[in-house]
Design a binder for this molecule. Sequence first.
Ligand code: SF4
Length: 416
Amino acid sequence: MDSHTLIFRAHSSSRYSLAALVGVIETDHRLTEIAIEAPIEVSMNTIQKSVAKGPTILAHSVMSTQTDRIYKEVREVRERFENSVTIIGGGPHASARPMELLENGFDYVVIGEGEQTFPELLWHLMNDKDPIEINGVVGETTQDCPIPRDLAPVDIDAHPPFALGMNIVGPIEVTRGCPYSCKFCCTPFLTGGRVRNRSIDSVVHWLTQAVEKSGFDRTWFLSPNALSYGGRGRTVEEDRVEGLLKAVTKVEGLKEVFFGSFPSEVRPEFVTRPILEMMKEYVANKTLQIGLQSSSNRVLKLANRHHSVEEGLEAISAALDCDFIPHVDMIFGLPGETEKELHESIDLCYSLAEMGAKTHGHVFMPLPGSAYENEEPGRLDTESRKLLGELSRKKLLTGSWSTQESMAENLSSRKL
Ligand code: SF4
């Protein structure tokens, strides 16, 4: 077997999945011969050196907002190195548009969760076997492309959450999958409606290792709805959340635990004063990330959000009463939103600021894989941009809303 090099094209938007995938590869005894590189910038020189040494695999995690840049890079690599580099794609956009990746120069695409499929694909490449025989890998000769829900769900406990060997660490994903079907979100398409939780034992195991090997002294968690940890996603699981927090705060050497703050989120109807009082006993975060999304019950209903504006405001009040600063996710320009409703959502951001909360603002993007993928992109009018800009300058609004408007247009134009 030739010694292979795997170059991960890292990007800030895919760093968490990179940490988990590198972790899986470095703990797979079949792949000990592979040399892994994950530089911030992959230059042609890096690839050239690797090609000179032996077979080279270049892996990209493809987000829908990154495709122009990635396809350009892939075309350049293809022109320069022809078939001496095998190019693999995975991630949200790859799962939703695998054929588009192949048309743009990728050799293979990993559909859905990568923990099992990706190492299997590497092993096949290292042993001159055809990766197309792997369920979840798509290539030039694939007849029927699977979609993520056709594939067996990964047991997240069976895999490391990050890569301690290469010291690529990040938040620990404690919950995967979501039973809700918000139409703007592609999580249900990508990871399914069945919720899987990383067990407390597994979280403690990896945190203990991270403290010992990487000098970790604080931790964050990834969950689409942190307060449902331990259950099936539809109910608050106070005992299980407390069990997790109690166990992780006992990990020796770990000084701070962040829970329910970015990059996690909580659904408003899960927020209660008792659970926040309990959390305060354990967590270091001063903020709570609450997904409200709109000030219009009509728009929330259209988006299949399954909670009301009133529940959102109640959650924000509860968080403030318990001394958390609510960071409230809002999406401007959701399908069906009228100009009046857009302005009311922005007015609400100003009211939130007066209450002591902050807004995390987004402009609606029709993401491939979401139920809204064929809808018009979110658009702001001049007045809305001005008002949001003012909030941003006062540091009462964060988020990528200002760049998402053009990203959303770009996504939409590529569907034509
Ligand atoms: S927005 Fe949150 S609650 Fe809704 S489907 Fe996505 S992950 Fe689930």
